[in-house]
Design a protein around this ligand. Sequence first.
Ligand SMILES: *[C@@H]1O[C@H](CO)[C@@H](O)[C@H](O)[C@H]1NC(C)=O
Ligand SMILES: *[C@@H]1O[C@H](CO)[C@@H](O)[C@H](O)[C@H]1NC(C)=O
Ligand SMILES: *[C@@H]1O[C@H](CO)[C@@H](O)[C@H](O)[C@H]1NC(C)=O
Length: 165
Amino acid sequence: MATPPRLLVVVLLLLATAPALSVAAKLVVGDRKRWAPNVNYTDWADRHEFYVGDWLDFEYEKDRYDVVQVNETAYARCDGSSPILSYSRGHNFPFQLNRTGRFYFICSRGYCWNGMKVSVLVQPAPLPPAMAPSSHASRARAAAGVWRWVGLAALLLLGSLPFRV
Ligand SMILES: *[C@@H]1O[C@H](CO)[C@@H](O)[C@H](O)[C@H]1NC(C)=O
Ligand SMILES: *[C@@H]1O[C@H](CO)[C@@H](O)[C@H](O)[C@H]1NC(C)=O
Ligand SMILES: *[C@@H]1O[C@H](CO)[C@@H](O)[C@H](O)[C@H]1NC(C)=O
């Protein structure tokens, strides 16, 4: 029976892909306070690290608030009149941080003046462990990155073996 090698590969694949799924973090903006007035989002951003590929999830009261991506100038002025991106439907807005550098978001409905503005600095995606910086969180991410490659290798191996599916 040809089952054992196949089982081995499947187990390897499961082991490898499970951590890979959690590589990109989803960060709820404001944590428990979510996207609302009178929250200090500078404090919130200072407590988190942001990497390319991570998602920001803006969760807000439906029909009351919105999320507008702006540039630095508009952010400083709470000016939502020339948005890069504007979102107001539903009650949550997932946004993927797809590059390094700063992203700026405000609520365009007056509440920016009540603190509904956040800026996050996005760092490059984590490096393999040998080159990784020293913080615990970075290490965990780097490890997850390695597992992603193992997962990919297992997928390729699985594809190249003569299994009957
Ligand atoms: C938010 O908190 C930071 C640091 O605690 C403080 O410097 C800043 O003034 C606060 N911002 C507002 C709008 O209260
Ligand atoms: C921000 O956008 C406004 C309006 O599009 C533009 O006039 C301004 O030069 C931009 N500022 C920066 C720093 O890119
Ligand atoms: C990131 O996403 C935005 C919006 O979808 C897009 O305009 C931009 O080109 C993307 N940037 C990169 C580096 O992929």
